[in-house]
Design a binder for this molecule. Structure first.
Ligand code: ZN
Length: 261
C-alpha cells in the first residue's frame, strides 16, 4: 500500500484566548486524540501528546507566544494516543496508578491493525468506530517514513498528580480529578473559576470505551457522580469536539442507562 505524504502532520485550532487544540488528522479517528495547549501567565501546559509519530514540542514552539516559557506536560492517562511525545518534555506529570505504564508502556506500540488485539478491535467496532485498513495512519509524515519503525517510547514521570492537586499556570489553576473507569489512573482537570473541564477519556462526545484492560464500569459510574457534581461551562474531552453542561449530562445519562440494563 502506498500512502501519500502529509503536507503537515499536526493541525492547531485556537479555542479560547489561551487554549489551542492540536490534532493529528492523518491518524485514524480511533486513535486520534485531542491535545490541548494552555498558555499561562507563568508557564504553559500541554495536556496529552498524541501518538508520537512526529515530534510535538518543536511544532508547539512554532506558535507558542513565548517558546522559552516553561511547559508542563500532563498525561491524562497512558494509552498509545495520549503519551506518544511525552519524552520530549522536561516536566512530565501523571497519576500514580499509571506512572509505571508511562515509564515503560506495555500496551499497543504499533501502527498496524494486525497488532491490535482482536478483542480490542471488536470493542472499538461495537462502540461505533469505523473499521481500520492496514494502518492507523492514512498518510506518511515524510517521504521514506517506515511505519514499522514506530514505537511508543513513554518516559518516567517527574511528578505525580493526585485528586485535589493543583496544576498552576499562574492565571489558570486546574484542580486534578481522579476519573477512573476508562483507565485506572485517568485524570481530568477542572478550573472552578471558568467552569472549564478537561475530561480526557472519561467523557467526550463520541463512543466511550469501557471494556478492556484496566477498564471498569463500576469505577466509571463513580467518575460520573463526580462529574455531575461539577458546575461546568465547557468540556474539552480527550476525543471529538467540545461541548457544554447540558450535553455532558446527556452523555452521562446515556451510558448510565446502557450500563443499568
Ligand atoms: Zn484512552
Amino acid at each position: 500500500m502506498t500512502l501519500p505524504i502529509a503536507t503537515q502532520w499536526y493541525t492547531s485550532t485556537k479555542i479560547d484566548d489561551d487554549t489551542t487544540l492540536i490534532l493529528e488528522p492523518h491518524v485514524h479517528v480511533l486513535e486520534q486524540a485531542n491535545m490541548f495547549l494552555v498558555e499561562g501567565s507563568e508557564r504553559d501546559m500541554i495536556l496529552d501528546t498524541g501518538m508520537g509519530i512526529v515530534p510535538l514540542k518543536p511544532y508547539l514552539d512554532t506558535f507558542r507566544s513565548n517558546p522559552d516559557k516553561d511547559i508542563i506536560c500532563v498525561s491524562s492517562h497512558t494509552h498509545i494516543d495520549h503519551i506518544g511525545c511525552v519524552h520530549e518534555f522536561e516536566t512530565r506529570l501523571v497519576h500514580p496508578a499509571e506512572a509505571d505504564e508511562m515509564a515503560s508502556p506495555s500496551g499497543l506500540s504499533s501502527l498496524y491493525r494486525d497488532d491490535i488485539p482482536a478483542s480490542l478491535l471488536q470493542t472499538f467496532l461495537d462502540a461505533g468506530y469505523p473499521p481500520i485498513d492496514e494502518l492507523l495512519i492514512d498518510a506518511l509524515p515524510f517521504a521514506g517514513y517506515d511505519p514499522k519503525s514506530y514505537v511508543l517510547r513513554g518516559a518516567p514521570a517527574t511528578g505525580l498528580l493526585n485528586e485535589g492537586d493543583v496544576v498552576d499556570l499562574g492565571n489558570h489553576q486546574y484542580s486534578v480529578l481522579h476519573l477512573p473507569g476508562h483507565s485506572p489512573g485517568g485524570i481530568g482537570l477542572f478550573e472552578a473559576s471558568s467552569g472549564v473541564l478537561f475530561g480526557a477519556d472519561a467523557i467526550y462526545d463520541g463512543p466511550l470505551i469501557y471494556e478492556g484492560p484496566g477498564m471498569s464500569v463500576p469505577d466509571y459510574l463513580k467518575t460520573f457522580e463526580k462529574l455531575k457534581a461539577l458546575d461546568v461551562s465547557m468540556v474539552h474531552g480527550g476525543h471529538d469536539p467540545s461541548f457544554g453542561s447540558v450535553r455532558m449530562h446527556e452523555i452521562i445519562a446515556k451510558y448510565e442507562a446502557i450500563w443499568s440494563t
